[in-house]
Design a protein around this ligand. Structure first.
Ligand code: CA
Length: 239
């Protein structure tokens, strides 16, 4: 290989690296709203596809639930609660895959809620939420009003990837434990390894990683919030 060609190839390689590291994270924020009653179903789909070039797609869904009871023809609110739910998946997204699925059961005072939910992404890079088999039973007729925002952080960073193989796997759990047992000082890039976003590195971080690796958690990287000032793409807005 001629020296000129080698220099050109090296130059292209470094340009490529530089371009990759310069790719900023992208945030999406899609509001949704629906009402659940016994027998109802929800099939929500986000309005625009996600950019497919990223290594990781972290999702944070902020739900707000308001339970109401029909009392003599008027819907009376009984309670409200909010909870974020997290999932993550790898890129590129070139096939349909489940992000999370399962039964939700809640027993309240005099009522119970059962439903099946399925969060998934299609090969078209559109995320979806399906809710089926809804039963809300008790002394009254109930409805559950649900509002929320589906946030996505698309990034080239795999949080918790201590061994730098672009995955979060059992090797990283071991590396976390080794790091903590050696009682080393915290790395400069704490944000990359602080999986529960509490600004410290302790046993909770490998615990999250472990739960994700053994599939008892849908995401290891939890506790993050989208930047409020970051404009979202495709006509959506971050509140
Ligand atoms: Ca932490």
């Amino acid at each position: 290989m001629g020296k000129g060609l080698l220099i050109l190839l090296l130059g292209m390689a470094f340009t490529g690296l530089s371009m990759a590291s310069d790719v900023p994270d992208v945030y999406y924020a899609w509001p949704f709203e629906f009402t659940l009653q016994t027998g109802s179903e929800v099939h929500w789909i986000c309005p625009t596809p996600m950019d497919g070039q990223y290594t990781r797609y972290y999702q944070r869904i902020d739900y707000v639930y308001i339970l109401e009871a029909d009392m003599d023809g008027a819907w009376v609110p009984l309670g409200e609660f909010a909870a974020p739910m997290f999932t993550e998946t790898w890129g590129p997204i070139d096939e349909a895959r489940t992000l999370a699925s399962g039964w939700t059961t809640y027993e309240g005072q005099g009522f119970s809620i059962n439903l099946y939910s399925h969060r998934w992404v299609g090969e078209d890079r559109l995320v979806r939420l399906d809710i089926t088999d809804v039963t809300i039973s008790g002394a009254y007729t109930y409805r559950l009003r649900v509002t929320g925002i589906w946030h996505v952080k698309a990034t080239l960073t795999v949080f918790g990837d201590l061994v730098l193989n672009s995955k979060l796997d059992v090797q990283d759990v071991g590396a976390y434990l080794h790091f903590l047992c050696e009682n080393q000082s915290e790395p400069e890039s704490l944000a990359l390894y602080d999986l529960n976003c509490d600004l410290r590195l302790d046993l909770l971080d490998p615990l999250w990683a472990h739960c994700f690796v053994d599939k008892s958690a849908h995401s290891a990287y939890t506790g993050w919030s989208p930047p409020p000032a970051e404009p979202a793409r495709a006509g959506t807005s971050v509140p």
